[in-house]
Structure formats: C-alpha cells, structure tokens
Write a protein of this length. Structure first.
Length: 570
C-alpha cells in the first residue's frame, strides 16, 4: 500500500507523509496544506486506538461464533444504575420531528435543506458510494452550503437549484461520516491508509466547524455503527481534539449516535455516558440493526430470520430494541429518534401509492405513540405526512417526559428471533436487490431507487447476509417445500442477472457482471463477511475499469471459472 503514495508535502516545517493516490484529484481547495496538517494530526493521534477497537470487535465476534450470547456488561452496572444526564440540547436540535437523509451531491443537498424537514443528515456513509470524486464533491458541496453560496444547474434539463434565501428556515445540517471499520484508500498518512471516519468528519469540521459554531448552528454530527462505549469514548476524544484545534468551546460539536448494531443495544446508557458532554440523542438505525443481528449470530442456526419483508418493527425483538432506546434516552435527557421510511411516492399508480403511504403512516403513528421524538424519511414527498403525524401525536418540540417506565426488556427478548417463512419471492428479491445495488454502487451511486424504495447499503447488507444464512445453515426450505441449496441459488442468480441485463437504463448496468460475481463469492464464502462495502471497496479504488459496455456479453453461469471472465484489478 505504501508504494502507491508518492508525493510528500511540507507543513509548518514538518515533513509529513500526507499523500493522495496518484491520478486522484489533489483537491487543493478542500485539501490545502492546513487541512492536510489537521488530518495528519487526527491520524497520528487516534489510528492506533482505532486499530485496538477493531481488534476487540473481532475478538468479541469470535466469542459469539463460539456460542456466547450478547448481554449487559457487569463492569458498567454503576453507569446504568447511576443518576446522571447528558448536557443540555441546543436550540437548533430541540425539535427534530422530521429528518431527511441522503447523499452529499449538490442537487440532493439543496433539495434536502429546502425540503421543510427539521434536520438534513448529509450522509458520507451508507448513501454515498466512496469514489474519490464523490467524497471530494461532497466536501465542496457542504462547504458551499454552509457558506450559503451553493448553486447547481442540472446538465440535462438546465434547471437551476439554489438555497432559499428567505422564507422557511432551512433544515439544520448534520453530517454522518463512514464507520470505524472503513479505510480511505485514496489518502495515506505516514504510508498508511487513513481512517474513513477521521477523513470524512475531520475534513468537514476543518472546513466548516468555526463558521457553524459562530452562527450558533453546530457543528452537528451523526456517529454510525458504534459497537461499544469504548468506541464512543474514542469519538469523544477525537471530537475534543477537533474542538481544541479549531478553538471551539468544549462540547460545541453535538452528536447523535445511531444504535444500529446488536452489541450497542446492550450499551445504550454507557454510550450516552461516554459522550455525555455532547450527545443529544440516539437513533434507531433499524436496517443496519437487522443486518448486525444476522452478522452477530452468523454461526447460530437457531437464530435464522425469515424474509426481510416480514422482519418489521412490530416483531417482538425489534419492538423491545426501540422501546428500550426510548427509555434510555428519556431517562438521560436525550432525544430518541425513530427509523427510516424508505418509500418513494408512486406517481404511476394511485392505488399502489396509497398502499405505500398507509405503511408509512402506520409506522410513524407507532413511533410517536411509543415515545419517539422524531423520525427519518428518505424522500421529500413524505415530510408532510410524517410531520402531520408527529404534530398530532407530539404537540411539543419533543416528548422526553414519556419515561416509558413500563419497559422492562430482558436479554432474551432482545435476541429472540422472529418466526416467519422464506418465500421464493423473498429469496430472489434478496438476490435482485444485492446485484442491483452493488452494480449501482460500483458506478458511484450509493442511494438507489428499487421497486419504489430508496435503498442504501443497509438493505443490500441484510439481503446478502440472509442469503448466506439460509444457504449455510442447511436443511432449510422455501414455504413451498423447495430445498434451499446452492443449485437453487445458482439458478436464481443467473436468472436475475440475465433479466437485469435486458434493462438498458439499469443504474450501473456496465458493472452487472462484477456485481454478480461479488455476490456469488460472498455467498459461497465459508464465513459471512463483515461488510459488503468493505469487500467491494477495492473495485471502487482501482482505476482499471475496462469493462464491456454490453453486460450480456459478460454474464455467465456463476459456478466454476469460465474463460474470459472480466475482472477488476484488486
């Protein structure tokens, strides 16, 4: 890896090995000398502890694989039982009844800030494919948005997009970096790839932290895929370091933590405590949470889940998780944010659209009745519906007075799988969403409309983890008694791939063969891979994209190793 990074820069008299991959845009407007110095300090200060935390993750997963079950920690009982509260929530984050999320391209950022939502979470993680051009464009876009100068003209239509200058208040900006497990392979410090978390959030804070603080509007961040209080404490150290460097008051950077891993569900109080000077809430990241359940119990045949369409928030183990989050947050003075509605309005069918909206309505009514202080939507067309439901069910800015003292969740309730069936439609649907999402992701799209749902990496992770689980635990059948085995998988994968190749407007169609092969490799692997995006990331990094423009010429039966299979250099 070190040989890739060649040029060196001299910063403040220090010869530092901050390097950008040859051939990549050096982006001097966002990665100037001072920014490089700042990012170098983050890497040198916190990379070793990040490595320790990732090692602990691997050790804990090995315990789970051996049969150990997650549980509350005995060594942190005093934190859970203690009488403490987090710091006061600042004005811009008191009312978060509707939040919209999405990638960081100019059009999306302008539309989201103008949408009428309370908060816009600009997402460098699951809804942004980590191409270097996407990451650099995202940083430029957010810099200009914070400065109030962002404009965009659509090249195909000529439509002009601008931030509102008057009238309704724009959505409050929050930013989500990538998780601790990911590297940023386009950048190295001292010959090592930089943490994607430190790169994303560090650069955003360097470019915008002072301006946001002076305006009394942040900086505000979302922290993803945390698994323990120690990982939260690492973020606390990083954010404190950033405040000191930028000369911000301690606690200025406010954070909301996504509880989207099963281990974190057992450490909600501990995570809040580790970040108590700045944390303002926890969020039910339910799609990644389901994926984490599958991954945590990858070696447990007794914890197989049914079709993902049947794994809804009304299932007991997910209801227990969301109600426990509400109780923990409100006890500590933090907001309890609800989950995502991924539906996209369906203009082509009034009936189908109303059915989709009915599902959103029921989900949001459940959330507000349970005590959540706000919710997520993926499309501006759902904001009015969600706002109306929370306005009626939550007339104040939040409902932290709803203590949920009735909630008494046991360890077994949090980990007990739900019952249901595995259908042919569910099996083939998992294959389709994996292939379609991964093909689009390889083409630089991290947020993809599939069957009137706005899907990001979390859905693909659930789908491919379920395929692995169903095929590797044996003796499982579809609800029509068809055995679930690899011959059936081969037939289904090839059928889905051939059908998708016929769609000339399929996002990422030129990457279809690679997506099919990646899914096949991941599904056949002896052990469930930790992350789909981690396994496929080298395909994003490489500059070798010599693929045929006709995906039908690339597709082949996935078993074996036929000649002529196009590959992307790793």
């Amino acid at each position: 890896m070190a040989a890739i990074f060649q040029a060196q820069h001299v910063v403040s008299g220090d010869t530092q090995a901050f390097t950008v991959r040859p051939g990549a845009d050096p982006a001097p407007d966002v990665l100037g000398v001072a920014a490089q110095h700042f990012l170098t300090g983050l890497h040198r200060g916190f990379e070793s502890e990040r490595a320790v935390r990732l090692g602990v993750r691997r050790e804990r997963q090995a315990l789970f694989d051996s049969g150990v079950l997650p549980d509350w920690r005995a060594d942190t009982r005093d934190i859970r039982d203690g009488d403490w509260r987090v710091a006061a929530i600042p004005g811009p984050l008191l009312d978060r009844r509707v939040e919209i999320t999405g990638p960081t391209d100019p059009k999306t950022v302008i539309n989201a800030l103008n949408s009428g939502a309370c908060v816009y979470m600009a997402d460098f993680e699951d809804s942004t494919a980590p191409t270097w051009s996407n990451l650099v464009l995202g940083q430029r876009t957010l810099r200009d948005a914070v400065a109030g100068t962002l404009e965009y003209r659509a090249p195909q239509t000529g439509k002009q997009y601008t931030l509102r200058k008057t009238g309704e208040k724009p959505a409050t900006l929050m930013v989500r970096p990538r998780g601790w497990h990911l590297d940023e392979a386009h950048v190295a410090v001292d010959g090592e790839p930089m943490s994607a978390s430190l790169f994303d959030l560090g650069l955003f804070l360097f470019l915008n932290g002072r301006r946001l603080a002076d305006a009394g509007n942040g900086p505000f961040v979302y922290l993803p895929k945390i698994e323990s209080m120690e990982e939260a404490a690492l973020w606390e150290s990083v954010l404190t370091h950033c405040e000191e460097w930028l000369q911000l008051e301690h606690g200025s950077i406010k954070a909301t933590v996504l509880i989207e891993t099963l281990p974190a569900a057992f450490e909600m109080h501990e995570i809040l405590h580790a970040l108590r000077a700045r944390v303002v809430g926890l969020n039910c990241g339910r799609w990644d949470y389901i994926f984490s359940y599958l991954k945590t119990f990858r070696a447990h045949p007794s914890r197989v889940l049914p079709d993902r369409s049947q794994v809804t928030m009304t299932q007991p183990f997910l209801r227990a998780y969301s109600e426990l989050l509400i109780q923990a947050c409100h006890r500590r003075g933090a907001h309890a944010m609800g989950g995502m509605a991924a539906q996209i309005p369906i203009a082509s069918s009034a009936g189908a659209n109303e059915a989709a909206l009915a599902r959103v309505r029921a989900d949001k009514e459940r959330e507000v009745a349970a005590g959540h202080d706000g919710t997520w939507v993926a499309h501006p067309g759902l904001i009015a519906l969600a706002r109306d439901i929370f306005d009626r069910g939550m007339p104040g800015p939040h409902q932290q007075h709803v203590a949920r003292l009735d909630v008494d969740v046991t360890r077994d309730q949090l980990i007990e799988p739900c019952t249901g069936s595995i259908t042919r439609a569910g099996f083939e649907g998992n294959i389709e969403v994996c292939v379609r999402y991964l093909a689009a992701w390889l083409a630089g799209m991290g947020c993809v409309p599939i069957h009137h749902l706005m899907e990001d990496a979390a859905t693909a992770e659930i789908a491919r983890a379920q395929l692995w689980q169903w095929l590797h635990h044996g003796s499982l059948s579809l609800d029509d008694s068809t055995p679930i085995d690899f011959p059936m998988f081969d037939l289904s994968l090839n059928g889905v791939a051939q059908a998708l190749a016929l769609h000339v407007d399929l996002p990422g169609r030129e990457h279809l063969a690679v997506a099919v092969q990646r899914l096949d490799d991941l599904t056949r692997a002896e052990q469930l891979a930790d992350f789909l995006t981690l396994a496929a990331y080298p395909c994003i990094v490489t500059a070798d994209r010599t693929l045929s423009k006709n995906p039908l010429e690339q597709l082949h039966p996935v078993r074996g190793d036929p000649p002529g299979q196009p590959t992307i250099g790793m």
